[in-house]
Design a protein around this ligand. Structure first.
Ligand code: GLU
Length: 452
């Protein structure tokens, strides 16, 4: 968790998802004459909003609003996390569900996209209040979730305990059925997979490592000695700090919602973690330079990893980013304006739908194991995750190269279709990744056809 989002570009997250989509759609092809299919694919299929009365520890009944959006079931059941966060609302949840669809398509996971959220301040809730909120939300969603329709998972401020409560509540409502695959990210003792908690960071690590090996960043071919700064020390950021540190990178900057720390020759993430467990924050460690909450985004480093919340890199601070590579472990951390600024400054961005997809990939392994009553060992989970993350990285890099090779054709096609529109932006890695995903969904939709 980090500071409140700075959205000086005045629009909501769903509009950001639309801009990203509009940039990628012209780089996709019509399949079997099904024109208009891409615009249909952007619309969420179903939006559920529920009102949740929850008894607080002092007996007062508070009212919360919960949301679940199924963005697309074209390639399979909906899949995506549930977040407890003050900003959770329809626009945010719609955008996050859309990104889940693209993530699953890009990683070749047989799911569509979905997302859920409850608007609340989880830091003010006791464990008992969280449990009652989770159970009431699960009950209120009713048949909107199901092991073969829409499968939740953890996201911001939800974890394996939250998933255990969701599973239990759903099971009580569906006795006598095999309900384990209703949620993923469960505790290992309850059908979960070792490695699910670290999977988002691990996936981002594999993508970064492979991108460097492939020559994506001239002058840096491995993580050994690379200078890394990470925004956010929650699930994704904390595991990432450890993984990149173990691979020989120097973790020069770290932050959480209260502030950041910097050390020129590298921080010890193990020590920072123990300090955070004791004091509640990463700040205040001896011999470190204190940074303001957003300061970590601007430190001198090679690789910047936003691992907190959305819209952190904006038109305001993107000109001051010093990294050569941004690895988006958070969902939606970069606004379209910031994206343009980073691209124009030749700063590469490994986009969220690729870099943070490790979580949903391992969720898919968990779901498949639950259905088959199997339990893979840790080595198989890691090697399958690595294989998929590397393959997706190769697909994105190759697609970007192919789009740039064919740019004259795409431009003239664009001008023919939309003579009064502004110039088609050159494809960066995000546009290429989104184009791969949208193309995959277009093909699936065309093969299915539009019923009736
Ligand atoms: N919440 C995670 C994400 O944003 C994981 C979703 C899942 O595992 O279904 O990708």
């Amino acid at each position: 968790m980090t500071a409140a989002p700075v959205l000086d570009e005045d629009r909501d997250l769903h509009q950001i998802a639309k801009i990203q989509f509009d940039r990628a759609a012209p780089y996709t092809e019509v399949v079997d004459g099904w024109r208009g299919m891409a615009q249909w694919l952007f619309q969420p299929e179903r939006i559920v909003e529920v009102v949740l009365p929850v008894r607080a520890d002092d007996g007062y009944v508070h009212i919360y609003r919960g949301y679940r959006v199924l963005h697309s079931s074209v390639r399979g059941p909906g899949k995506g996390g549930i977040r407890f966060h003050p900003d959770a609302g329809p626009a945010e949840v719609k955008a996050l569900a859309t990104w889940m669809t693209w993530k699953c398509a890009l990683l070749d996971v047989p799911f569509g996209g979905a997302k859920g959220g409850v608007a609340c301040n989880p830091q003010l809730l006791s464990k008992g209040e969280k449990e009652r909120l989770t159970r009431r939300f699960t009950a209120a969603l009713g048949e909107a979730i199901g092991p073969h329709t829409d499968i939740p998972a953890p996201d911001l401020y939800t974890d394996s305990q939250t998933m255990a409560w969701m599973y239990d509540t759903y099971s009580m409502m569906h006795p006598g059925e095999a309900n384990l695959p209703i949620v993923t990210g469960k505790p290992v003792s309850l059908g979960g997979v070792t490695g699910r908690a670290s999977a988002t960071a691990q996936g981002g690590f594999y993508v970064t490592e492979h991108y460097l090996e492939m020559g994506g960043l001239p002058g840096i071919s491995s993580l050994e000695g690379a200078r890394v700064a990470i925004q956010g020390f929650g699930n994704a950021g904390r595991y990432a700090a450890n993984l990149f540190h173990e691979a020989g990178a120097l973790i020069v900057g770290l932050s959480d919602s209260q502030g950041g720390i910097y050390h020129e020759t590298g921080l010890d993430p193990g020590l920072v973690g123990r300090h955070k467990d004791l004091t509640g924050s990463v700040i205040g460690i001896e011999d470190t330079v204190a940074l303001p909450p957003m300061g970590v985004l601007e430190v001198d480093c090679d690789i910047l990893i936003p691992a907190a919340i959305e819209t952190q890199l904006t038109a305001e601070n993107a000109p001051r980013v010093q990294a050569a590579l941004v690895v988006e472990l958070a969902n939606g951390p970069t606004t379209p304006e910031a994206d343009d600024i980073l691209t124009s400054r030749s700063i590469r961005v490994l986009p969220d739908i690729l870099a943070n997809a490790g979580g949903v990939v391992v969720s898919y392994f968990e779901w498949a194991q639950n259905i088959e009553n199997q339990q893979w060992d840790d080595a198989k989970v890691a090697s399958e995750l690595r294989r998929r993350m590397r393959r997706a990285t190769e697909r994105v890099v190759a697609r970007r190269a192919a789009l740039i090779d064919g740019i004259e054709m795409y431009r003239s096609r664009w001008h023919e279709m939309r003579p009064n529109y502004p110039e088609l932006p050159l494809p960066n890695l995000r546009t290429a990744a989104t184009a791969v995903a949208v193309q995959t969904c277009r093909e699936a939709a065309a093969q299915r056809g539009v019923w009736p």
